[in-house]
Design a protein around this ligand. Structure first.
Ligand code: GDP
Length: 431
């Protein structure tokens, strides 16, 4: 199991349900790269940046904005709320970060009626019964309009005559949908929204570019590129636990479609794996801890959403789910995070397979009526009961913890390259 340190492109993706600590891992690799790219999702991501004692919460721009020499890119697979983007840019400017930014001409734009659609649909019975809790930022309605081919792209936004025509069409369509399907009584001010977006277009025009060309030229010129995933493998719209997913491809293949990069140009894929799992939103979770231990891990790990503040559901590490994440993503290595959160536990469990009505399952079933009745089969590991936050080298980690890590490595046949033992940048151990 060899670790590739001679990379030109690296993809960092969540291996579970999101909130694995990708922000910290990206920050770590952000030092070694020239470009940091988001390729999917929108302002439904979330990370916290602490700079000179001040805390900034970002939802759309990638974590790599911290590194002054990085060129920050929002690629075509991202959906962009211009108001949020401008707010984040203003906050960063205030903090002394002057970004070199490029936005794909093909990225789709989020409008207030799509945000409204998101919350209006959430209250319907179907949404409550079947889908994941939405962050209500207009993400899925914008992807839905993209698939319906009525969406508005950045290139449309910055071209006044095309924008006016497309905006009229989209506005009327959404207004009708909102009132006829969702019974919304909100009357949107069409001209006010149009004027607002004309202003956004003027402010964002200088950043709009053909990002696929930009990135491929950068590769030809020997630049290094980091692709930063948002959410996690189980939230991938195709391979995740549909319909409890997000609306985009959160897995490494999303880089090809979401940024215009050919598959063979992806050299390294780091799966970020948290030592336990957490998730927000609905859907069954086989290893969920409903007891006091679950609450204890939630408090120890600070498992509350960056975007929404919602308490996250907690469970044991699930190898059935991780095997799937590895198969879809092709991890070349893993970064294990939040190890320190388990420091005080007497025993630690890992789910190795599911039991469904007497049958042993080694793969995540697509049929939710089967999945919902899967019981976890556990391997139990003794806790290391030692604080790990100060440890600097792999060899100094307690043996019981190393056994636990090596069990994960050998069951996936993927090396662990980084172990994170605290939120601080220094609490990182390279293996
Ligand atoms: P993301 O959604 O995957 O990007 O997750 P975040 O970057 O938001 O990480 C979630 C939280 O965990 C943040 O507050 C991080 O500071 C924190 N965090 C990351 N790694 C570790 C770790 O190894 N130990 C602890 N205790 N906290 C961590």
């Amino acid at each position: 199991m060899e670790i590739n340190n001679q990379w030109q492109t690296v993809v960092i993706v969540g291996a579970q349900w999101g909130d694995e600590g990708k922000g910290k891992v990206t920050d770590y690799y952000g030092y070694q790269t020239d470009f940091v790219v988001r390729f999917q999702g929108g302002n439904n991501a979330g990370h916290t940046i602490v700079h000179e004692g001040k805390t900034y919460k970002l939802h759309l721009l990638p974590s790599g904005v911290l590194h002054k020499n990085n060129h920050v890119v929002l690629a075509n697979g991202v959906v962009i709320d211009p108001r949020i983007l401008l707010e984040e840019l203003a906050k960063l400017k205030e903090a002394g970060f002057e970004l070199q930014l490029s936005i794909s001409d093909r990225a789709h734009v989020i409008f207030p009626f799509q945000v409204l659609m998101d919350s209006a649909s959430e209250s319907t019975e179907t949404a409550n019964k079947f889908s994941a809790l939405s962050t209500q930022r207009g993400i899925w309605p914008t992807y839905s309009d993209k698939a319906a081919r009525v969406g508005i792209r950045m290139i449309d936004l910055i071209n006044p005559s095309i924008f006016n025509e497309k905006f009229d069409l989209l506005f009327e369509l959404q207004q009708k949908k909102l009132s006829l399907i969702y019974g919304s009584e909100v009357q949107l001010d069409k001209e006010k929204i149009r004027a607002e977006y004309v202003r956004y277009a003027d402010l964002l025009r200088p950043f709009v570019a053909n990002v696929s060309v930009l990135l491929n030229n950068a590769l030809d010129n020997k630049s290094k590129i980091l692709f930063e995933g948002a959410q996690g493998a189980m939230l991938d719209i195709d391979h995740g636990l549909y319909p409890y997913t997000t609306s985009s491809n959160t897995t490494s293949g999303g880089v090809c479609t979401g940024a215009g990069i050919a598959p063979q140009k992806i050299e390294k894929v780091i799966g970020v794996v948290k030592a336990y799992i957490s998730r927000v939103g609905g859907g069954y979770l086989p290893t969920e801890l409903h007891d006091a231990l679950g609450s204890e891990i939630r408090e120890l790990g600070g498992e509350y959403g960056t975007t929404t503040g919602r308490a996250r559901r907690i469970g044991w590490l699930d190898m059935v789910q991780l095997r799937m994440a590895n198969r879809i993503n092709g991890f070349t290595s893993m970064a294990m995070t939040k190890i320190d959160v388990l420091d005080t536990l007497d025993e630690i469990k890992i789910c190795t397979a599911y039991r469904y009505k007497g049958t042993i399952l080694h793969e995540v079933p697509a049929d939710l009526s089967v999945y919902n009745e899967c019981e976890p089969i556990y391997e139990v590991f003794p806790g290391w009961l030692t604080s790990t936050g100060h440890v600097k080298t792999y060899g100094e980690l307690p043996e019981k913890l190393r056994n636990y890590l090596e069990y994960i490595e050998s069951s996936l046949h993927v090396p662990i390259e980084l172990v994170s033992v605290g939120p601080d940048r220094l609490a990182t151990i390279l293996k």
